[in-house]
Design a protein around this ligand. Structure first.
Ligand code: GDP
Length: 367
């Protein structure tokens, strides 16, 4: 069969996998002008959907971005900042300015100090080699900060195209949809692609006569906790509402299980302290003695200690542990993609257990 390309975004048409670029239902292949489902939704409903791409396609995509004089908007999930960074992006942005849109601010407790979060995010970006011009905090679903961000982006882009990039699930589609609904009165927003035949699946949304916002496919980061979970468990660990802090008074040799997803041992501490946990309100936190923890995990993973739910255990990896000495008062121990625990005092030694590959990060407390 002759290879077909989407008339909208240039992706190679395929009928197998709905989550990948270029998907179209078989019935759509009969039409004169074939477009993929994602472009179809944009054309008829003014709405974009996220699709995944492979690592190779992703590198091609980055190379394409490098060739353009544009503003790069990188969408980051505030609940998974490390997980939502894209490796290698720094090498391809060239001279183009980069701004971060930090999404899901509605999930952070109200008492948060956003200035601290901002400073920390600049540092994380730097660790990934990315120079960031500005950071905007928004909630795409609640509309918080979106108008201000849109206004600033308009100023920063200075008539140029805007590339919107982000790993899957950070809220990139929700953000673009907000912009489409709020800035474009025209029904038919889609034009033919600027990237014909690149098979990358860029979607081009005109901003004015000369420039566009370009929606790019997302990539799944393999160190995201989400990588190991099924849809049901992912729903449980993804906070839907503002996260309520839970305080646990812990002695040396006590441990906390975050469902069965992570474990937090107090190896040594001078005194009993209050440790503040910030996780999705739907995850159960279980306290036990350190000496009982291994047995408890072996016997109760998937039931008392869940998620992971029993169905997800086949795909469940080994746990890895990291022992960390806390050297500053008020330090957050961050479990990438899950949440964090604030250790109140310096001098405590903890061991964090996480599924293989998931990151554990220390940062100055943000609350
Ligand atoms: P994409 O894969 O990056 O395109 O992400 P989506 O736009 O599909 O969003 C992923 C998930 O995050 C969906 O369940 C959204 O409802 C949710 N989401 C997106 N933006 C927000 C937000 O501002 N706050 C909250 N709480 N959830 C959000």
């Amino acid at each position: 069969m002759e290879e077909l390309y989407c008339q909208g975004c240039g992706a190679a048409i395929q009928t197998e996998d709905e989550t990948k670029a270029g998907f179209a239902p078989k019935s759509a292949l009969q039409r004169d002008e074939v477009i993929c489902k994602r472009c179809f939704r944009l054309k008829h409903y003014n709405e974009v959907q996220d699709v995944d791409m492979t690592a190779d396609d992703f590198l091609n995509m980055l190379q394409e971005i490098e060739k353009h004089d544009a503003l790069i908007v990188k969408v980051v999930d505030l609940f998974d900042v490390h997980g939502s960074f894209i490796h290698g992006l720094n090498r391809f942005v060239g001279k183009n300015p980069v701004v971060l849109v930090a999404n899901k601010v509605d999930l952070l407790p109200k008492s948060i100090n956003l200035n601290k979060v901002k400073k920390w995010m600049y540092r994380v970006a730097k660790e990934f080699g990315l120079k960031v011009n500005d950071i905007f905090f928004v909630s795409a679903t609640k509309g918080i900060g979106m108008q201000e961000a849109a206004f600033e982006l308009e100023r920063l882009r200075d008539g140029k195209d805007v590339f919107v990039v982000g790993s899957t699930n950070v809220g990139k589609s929700t953000i673009i949809n907000y912009f489409i609904q709020n800035s474009n009165d025209e029904k038919d927003v889609i034009t033919t692609s600027y990237f014909p035949g690149t098979t990358l699946g860029f979607i081009d949304i005109p901003l004015d006569e000369r420039s566009s916002m370009i929606d790019t496919p997302g990539i799944m980061n393999h160190h995201q906790m989400a990588h190991y979970l099924n849809d049901k468990d992912l729903k449980t660990i993804t906070p839907k509402k503002e996260v309520k802090p839970k305080v646990f008074q812990l002695d040396e040799d006590q441990t906390l299980f975050i469902g069965g997803l992570a474990r937090f041992d107090i190896e040594s501490a001078q005194e009993r302290l209050g440790y503040v946990c910030y996780f999705s309100n739907e995850i159960n936190i279980h306290r036990t003695k350190l000496e009982k923890a291994d047995l408890l995990y072996d016997q109760h993973l998937g039931e008392m200690l869940s998620p992971p739910s029993e169905e997800a255990l086949d795909n469940w990896p080994e746990m890895e542990e990291r022992t960390l000495k806390i050297s500053e008062d008020k330090t957050d121990v961050l479990f990438s993609g899950l949440g964090w625990i604030t250790v109140p005092n310096a001098g405590v030694t903890i061991t964090a257990h996480v599924p293989k590959g998931v990151r554990v990060i220390l940062r100055e407390a943000i609350i």
